[in-house]
Ligand binder design. Sequence first.
Ligand SMILES: [Zn+2]
Length: 61
Amino acid sequence: MGRYTEIYCRDCRRIIGRYNAKYYSEARIGEIIRTCHAQHVKEGHSIEQRQAGDAGAHGAA
Ligand SMILES: [Zn+2]
């Protein structure tokens, strides 16, 4: 299965978005944060991108 990039807001303490890493580049994710999740940015929240994927659950790289 695929890997995906999670957009996590430290201030809200939740994942605000999850995108398939295959289709969304890091630059694209940055764009999404600025548009779709602009409210968090506006409020000065600390947002981070983190890599996730079900491959890890099976012990694969
Ligand atoms: Zn937030």
